[in-house]
Write a protein that binds this ligand. Sequence first.
Ligand SMILES: Nc1ncnc2c1ncn2[C@@H]1O[C@H](COP(=O)(O)OP(=O)(O)OP(=O)(O)O)[C@@H](O)[C@H]1O
Length: 585
Amino acid sequence: MTKLLRYLRSREWAVAVLALAFIVVQVWLDLKSPEYMAEITRLVQVEGSTMPEILTAGGKMLACSLGSLLAAVATAVCSSFIAAGFGGTMRAKMFHKVQSFSMEEIGRFSTPSLITRSTNDVMQVQMLIVLGLQMLIKAPITAAWAITKIAGKRWEWTAATGVAILVLLAVVGICLLIATPRFRRMQRLTDDLNRVSRENLSGLSVVRAYNAEAYQQDRFDVVNDTLTNNQLVAYRTMVFLMPTIQATMSGLSLAIYWIGAAVINSALMADKIALFSDMMVFSQYAIMVVMAFMMLVMIFMILPRAQVAASRINEVLDTEASIEDGALEQGKPGQTGEIEFRDVTFRYPDAEGSMLRHVSFSAHRGETVALIGSTGSGKSTVINLIPRFYDATWGEVLVDGVNVREYTTRALRNKIGYVSQRATLFGGTVSSNIAYGDNGRGPVTDSDVEAAVGAAQAAEFVEKMEGAYQAQIAQGGTNLSGGQRQRLSIARAIARKPEILIFDDSFSALDYKTDRVLRDALDRECADTTRIIVAQRIGTIRDADRIVVLEDGRVVGQGTHEELMRDCETYQQIALSQLSEEELA
Ligand SMILES: Nc1ncnc2c1ncn2[C@@H]1O[C@H](COP(=O)(O)OP(=O)(O)OP(=O)(O)O)[C@@H](O)[C@H]1O
């Protein structure tokens, strides 16, 4: 928790000091009040006291209460300011950190957990700051100050207060022992709840189509019930605290008055008034000591959860991205659009065996190199190594003659236009989706957008949309068909004017005709751009300059369509499963 305090900015520290000053003022005023109470008690019993004297003491007492109230409001305003600022900083830092993560770290934390950590966990820490500043600091100051006020009075009263504190400590200790582990577990259970809810909502159409509502409901109930039961046990335990504190406070007051009555009864007449006044003051201060403990208990109720939340936030912030930036901005002089895989072996983090083994191939400027192979043979894994979504475990991936690890990721990715297997669009307009990101060469112009949309065979449907290039795209592109989404994703990659275009099975959502026309357009418009195409259809790749055939993460053949039809059995099998011998001839 304290580690997180380093993220407080200087103006938040300044406000914290101000809050501390308000707290000290409030405690001082709270402790001053009983003194005026004692004064009034004395005045009403002493002969010759005048009404103005009593009213003056009463007025001072009221002023103390009002001042204390104002100081409490000021403290609350300060702590809210600090908590809001801290929350904003934390969320920004988490967002920035997660942006720097590679797929390995994202996979390790999991997306639902990263969402909970950036939202709910930050909120838990914020709550601790809001209450903590008001109570965690106030309680010990009040307790210590009040104890100095009652020290030296009758030992019987001090003993009664001591017993009350011991009772409280015992009950609080037992409750915290039971509740703390449950409070700690809550954040992890919230992750689970998030995961199941997210999976259900993102796969809603499949859930409905398969009548799987009951199954999903059961899965949800399991995580929901676990969280609910965990909360119930924790909160039920804490339920005992408040009544115990109340009873202890009442018991303490009773004990003080009881002891006081006995002492006053046996005292000399002259001492009775002083004793009565002492008793009044003592009971007020003793209650304040107990109240201070009560405030600490409230903090202890949220502290364990906030501590877990803080350590989960720290875990994210302290994680170094496994993809480290290199220093190079440029490849070797005279080399552009060159890709080479040199004996690359790759193992997914936490996987038992290697997924890719000894993969070697190259692509030169303006060439089209296709990757083909059965499902799960490692095609996407190969292309994910080019923009460094993962790093090769052994061997080297070179772009423009330089190992991809040596580039700054920004420079490397500026060379690449990547189209993922599942088209991803963002909420905004057609234009904002195409001109997306930074290619290191200034903004993508409207004419670039239109040219890219034209090349991607998307102009026809975009121009029919309301507002054309300014037409609204829903989050995830849900207001478009799969093929339309894919064409806009392709246009986005083309608009970057990259050295290398990577298509991860991006043509399979297109009909055969569009597939053909789009590839022709790419040959025309992107003649100097190296193209790496992952495809399932032989028709999509048969004209490629080189086809790399993958099987179980190994290259089992590479060459042109004709060469492979002659020499590569795996390729022949794939080809014959899709086209007749006449079509292939
Ligand atoms: N993040 C990951 N962690 C662990 N294993 C993974 C991960 N992603 C993919 N794999 C495994 O790697 C293998 C190859 O996956 P990959 O996506 O590269 O295949 P592919 O040839 O592109 O398949 P498809 O044609 O179906 O898209 C699969 O067996 C898959 O289980």
